[in-house]
Design a binder for this molecule. Structure first.
Ligand code: PRE
Length: 127
């Protein structure tokens, strides 16, 4: 039984069209339908982020192997410009899209720095 299901069957079971909490059953059903979609979207976001981090981990190792700096401000500037445009076209707030990308990239840079430090440490302990 879901959190929104009062356990009386399909409807409210009391003939009023309202559940015990006083919320109209059509509202409850609409909320449940929208929340199902939100849950699917959140799952997709998590899976997409996991794939992105798998790629950036590989970038981190590549950069560490070739002593490249963790951050690339030029690349970030073009990613932000591109994402802001995509957001605008999709009617999403571009400032929000930029903040989200910056948040993700900051985490990636942290990972890159850890990978680079580990590479230096293991260099010192090899042979
Ligand atoms: O493309 C790179 O060079 C990366 O390290 C990946 C990434 C990103 O997460 O997109 C992260 C850090 C850089 O400053 C730029 C981009």
């Amino acid at each position: 039984m879901s959190d929104l299901d009062n356990g009386t069957g399909n409807g409210t079971g009391n003939g009023t069209g309202r559940a015990a909490d006083g919320i109209d059953e059509s509202v409850t059903a609409e909320l449940a339908r929208l929340r199902d979609s939100i849950d699917n979207i959140d799952a997709a976001v998590v899976h997409m982020l996991a794939e992105r981090f798998k790629c950036t981990q590989q970038v981190g190792h590549l950069k560490a192997r070739h002593q490249l700096p963790p951050a690339d401000p030029g690349r970030e500037a073009s990613q932000i410009a591109r994402l802001r445009q995509l957001a605008e076209n999709a009617k999403l707030d571009p400032a929000f899209a930029e903040k989200l990308l910056n948040f993700i990239i900051a985490e990636v840079i942290r990972h890159h720095e850890t990978i680079a430090e580990e590479a230096v440490t293991s260099e010192g302990t090899s042979s």
